[in-house]
Design a protein around this ligand. Sequence first.
Ligand code: TYM
Length: 334
Amino acid sequence: TPRVFSGIQPTGNLHLGNYLGALKRFVDWQARDAETIYCMVDLHAITVWQDPADLQKSTRELCAGFIAAGLDPENSILINQSQVPEHAQLAWVFNCVARMGWMQRMTQFKDKAGKNAQNASLGLFAYPALMAADILVYHATHVPVGEDQKQHLELTRDIATKFNHDYGVDFFPITEPVIEGAGTRVMSLRDGSKKMSKSDVSDASRINLTDDADTIAKKIRKAKTDPDALPSEVAGLSDRAEAKNLVNIFAALNNQSVEEVLADVGGKQFSEFKPMLAELAVAKMSPITTEMARLMEHQDEIDKILARGAERARAITAPILRQTYDIIGMVPPV
Ligand code: TYM
C-alpha cells in the first residue's frame, strides 16, 4: 500500500490554493487504500521569524482546518513537525548529503530571500533538506503537493539517491511527486500570471478559508477576467490566464475535469459564470470554516490529537532514524 506524506506551513490563513492544491487532495488520499500522514510544519515556518503566540495559534488552527476539511485523526496520522523529533534529526544528516549548489538553485529560496540573500536565515537555505527528511523519515512513497513544490520534491529524490549511493545501500525510496488535477496551481484573482499566495499584499487576490460567504462572492465578482464568453473547448483557454484560472477552480471544487466544466458552461458570459462559481465555492468552503471555528473552541482536544499523532508517527520514524544512524556509523546507545 502507498504511504502518503504531505505538509502545510502554519503561517496565517489557509487559502483556496492550499485547499485545492493540498488539503482537498489529502482527503481524497485518505479515502483510498493508503496509509496517510499529514503534518503541520512549524519548523519550516520559523525559517522566517514568527510571533510565538501567533505560531501556536496558527498551528492549532491548521490542525482544526485539516479535521474540518475531512481528515479523520483515527485514520490519518496528524502531526505537528516539532513534536516528532526524528524530522529534525534526519534533516541534519541530509544537510550533510545535500550540496550547496543544489540549494542555490531552489527558486523558492531565491524568491523568499529576495535581493538581500546574505540576510536570509541559514534555515531558509536548508529548508528543502528538512522537507526531504519529513518525507523520507517515513519512507513515504507518494507526496501530494501543489505545482510550486515540484522542485523541492526533485531535490528530495536527489538526496535519497545520493545517500543510497554514498553509503552503498538501497535504503531511502525515490518518492513520487503527485501533482494532479485542476487545482495544483491556483492563480491570484487579480493577476492570472501570479499564484494565489498568503504573502500577496492584496487580500482580494485570494479566497481565505476563513472568509464569509459575502466576502467570497464579492472577491469572485471582482476577479479579473476578459470580455469574451467562455469557450467550449480547453484549447480556447490557452492564452486567457484569468478565464482559465476560474474554470480550473470550478473544476477542482466540483470534482470535475476542465473538459466537463466547459461542456456545461461554454458560451456563457462571466456575468453568468461568476455567480455559479461563487455559489459553488461557498457551498464547499463554508461548512469547513464553520467546523474550524467550532473545533478551535476545543483546543485541549486538538492538542490531544497532536500528541496521539506524534506517538503513532514515532513508531515509524524512530526505527528509520536508528537504521540511518547505523548505516552512517553512529555508535548506538547501550
Ligand atoms: P505551503 O505551506 O507553502 O503550501 C501548502 C500546500 O499548498 C500548496 N499550494 C498551492 N496549490 C495550488 N495553488 C496555489 N496557489 C498554492 N499555494 C500553495 C503547496 O504546493 C503545498 O502543497 N514546503 C511546503 C510544506 C512542506 C511539505 C513537506 C510538503 C514541508 N515539508 C513535505 C510536502 C512534503 C510548503 O511550504 O507548503
